[in-house]
Design a protein around this ligand. Structure first.
Ligand SMILES: *Cc1c(COP(=O)(O)O)cnc(C)c1O
Length: 368
């Protein structure tokens, strides 16, 4: 039996008519840039999310960059983020001219260790970017307290955590602004690159919208120099067609996660992820840990089961950051986990049979 790591085609088939007609509409209306699909997605996403403003942009990397730029972050500043993330989180700090400052993760939830943030705050620190990694919210209360105490901006990287909750409130509603990615494999995925920002701050929303559209809110009126980072019309229409299903898909992910907890918990040699009492995890990824990870990955692959590693190298130990002088001991949990973590198949269309195949294979491996 084949269990692919992700299966975007299965989801397409489940809503094929909606998607096909959404795409056909954009083409017949030639609403390729801006226009109705983009407006309507921004409105629908903001409404469903419970936020005043949604600004569609080209991808979930630009959104981070635009947010920081519009919050006034630039050369000479420092921005604190987490060592375990996708490079977008830190490369955009660099793009503004600021310096990324990396904090290790805590032991249980793979998110930023809130007890190690304050020691990194200097007079140059301007902002904190927590990442709600794998769909699990970062511990927001201590982060909010630090932002208040040190007068720091808070930008939430929600790329993997659409509709996740911290203490009953959705992630993305805690900071000054939050960034989402709609990369195809994300919980809400387009059929190409797409992203957005959400905020309740009117002025910041306007600034981001203007900056993302060449510094203009009205055609040919460029108040400032900006960038070209707009949400594509086709992508907006596809996202609009998918949006009515996102809460159902999120529930499906949580149901599948619970089933994994049930059937995998007795297998020796693997550590399952956990959900904090404050969290509603949306399981973008289901990340297990095992000491002989590479061997396990190989056996799973031979049994037709796709897996991935998020992420094999901690950000501060990447070549791109050698100039910052981090060594493994400064981020030792991230470093240790990078050799143990393995993301196993997790998507709403995963079946019980497929989960059983994962279980049976892991069980066999554990007996060697
Ligand atoms: C996917 C992702 C991004 C970037 O999103 P793109 O749309 O691919 O540019 C940023 N941060 C994290 C944590 C991500 O997983």
């Amino acid at each position: 039996m084949k269990v692919p790591f992700v299966d975007l085609h299965a989801q397409y088939l489940s809503i094929k008519d909606d998607i096909d007609s959404a795409i056909a509409n954009v083409i017949s209306e030639t609403a390729f840039i801006g226009g109705e699909p983009v407006k309507s997605f921004e409105k629908n996403y903001a409404e469903l999310y419970g936020v005043k403003h949604c600004i569609g942009v080209a991808n979930g990397t630009d959104s981070l960059y635009i947010a920081m730029k519009m919050l006034g972050i630039g050369t000479g500043d420092e921005v604190i983020t987490v060592a375990n993330s996708w490079i977008s989180t830190s490369e955009t700090i660099g793009q503004t001219g600021a310096k990324p400052v990396f904090v290790d993760i805590e032991l249980n939830y793979f998110t930023i260790d809130v007890n190690k943030i304050e020691e990194k705050i200097t007079s140059k620190t301007k902002a904190i970017i927590p990442v709600h990694l794998y769909g699990h919210p970062a511990d927001m209360d201590p982060i909010l307290a630090l932002c208040k105490k040190h007068n720091l901006k808070l930008i939430e990287d929600c790329a993997q955590a659409h509709f996740a909750e911290y203490k009953g409130k959705r992630v993305g509603l805690f900071g000054d602004i939050a960034s989402f990615s709609f990369y195809p494999g994300k919980n809400l995925g387009a059929y190409g690159d797409a992203g957005c920002l959400i905020t309740n701050n009117d002025e910041l929303a306007l600034k981001c919208r203007r900056y993302a559209n060449h510094g203009a809110l009205v055609k040919h009126e460029h108040d400032i120099e900006g960038v070209n980072s707009r949400l594509d019309g086709l992508q907006a229409a596809i996202l609009n067609a998918k949006l009515p299903f996102i809460l159902k898909w999120t529930d499906a992910r949580r149901g599948l996660a619970n089933r994994y907890y049930d059937i995998l918990s007795d297998i020796a040699g693997i550590e399952l992820p956990s959900e904090a009492s404050y969290a509603k995890h949306v399981y973008h990824l289901f990340v297990i840990r095992c000491s002989s990870r590479d061997k396990v990955q190989k056996y799973l692959s031979e049994a037709g089961i796709g897996t991935a590693i998020h992420y094999p190298t901690p950000l501060p130990l990447m070549k791109a950051y050698t100039h910052l002088g981090y060594n493994a001991s400064t981020i030792n949990i991230t470093d240790k986990y990078s050799r143990e973590i393995l993301s196993i198949p997790m998507y709403p269309e995963l079946t019980e049979d497929m989960q059983l195949h994962v279980k049976n294979t892991l069980e066999l491996i554990s007996k060697y």
